[in-house]
Write a protein that binds this ligand. Structure first.
Ligand code: B4P
Length: 188
């Protein structure tokens, strides 16, 4: 299984990625998690990414693409992977295509988790109380939603045009959403 996971901030990508990765026995690769780990460890990558993630804007493509290219070169992805939060704009999608050509593999599915804006804001503000993530403040969440609408939403048509898109409603209990995704992907 080689899949990408799309959806607005707060739709449940990170939550579902962990569950799907376990179900399918493949690594979940979250670009957001890699950035946060590097910011925490104060690495050079973290220093470069911080201003963007904290503002809710996309980290520049050259940084993000190079990071994903390195990650996809590792041994644990030979039998599959689930990319969570990448690609996030059409240029990244084209870059991913070229990485997959070099690896001589193809994408099986693009899973989009849908959820309306007011619900995702509510979820992320709740997470802010628990985890205190720097980008979970209301103005930054609104910025992330705006970036999603302008940069990431076009990927829905991009993958639909290739017959790879599966859209799943992200509203409901976490386990219920996982079951919906698994059923939708496995019945394709
Ligand atoms: P991400 O880490 O991808 O952040 P996100 O879009 O908010 O998703 P996340 O996975 O955290 O939240 P989820 O929906 O699972 O990106 C953060 C930043 O990194 C970006 O703003 C950007 O700056 C940078 N970045 C990442 N990838 C990039 C790329 N490719 N290019 C450039 N920059 C990039 O869940 C949210 C909350 O909802 C959780 O608290 C969860 O518990 C809750 N939840 C989930 N499912 C639920 C359910 N069914 N019911 C109730 N609550 C639920």
């Amino acid at each position: 299984m080689r899949a990408v996971l799309l959806g607005p901030p707060g739709a449940g990508k990170g939550t579902q990625a962990a569950r799907l990765a376990e179900q399918w026995g493949i690594p979940a690769i979250s670009t957001g998690d890699i950035f946060r780990a590097n910011i925490k460890g104060q690495t050079e990558l973290g220093r470069k990414a911080q201003e963007f993630t904290h503002a809710g804007t996309l980290v520049p493509d050259e940084i993000t693409n190079a990071m994903v290219r390195d990650r996809l070169a590792q041994d644990d992805v030979v039998n599959g992977f689930l990319l969570d939060g990448y690609p996030r704009n059409p240029d990244q999608a084209v870059e991913l295509d070229s990485m997959l050509v070099e690896l001589d593999v193809a994408l099986d599915v693009a899973i989009e988790i849908t959820a309306d804006s007011e619900l995702v804001i509510e979820r992320l503000l709740k997470r802010a109380e628990i985890e205190g993530r720097a980008d979970d403040t209301e103005p930054v969440i609104r910025k992330r939603l705006e970036v999603y609408a302008t940069s990431t939403a076009p990927l829905t048509a991009f993958y639909a045009g290739r017959g790879l898109l599966v859209q799943v409603d992200g509203i409901g209990q976490v386990a219920e959403v996982t079951d919906r995704i698994v059923a939708a992907v496995e019945s394709r």
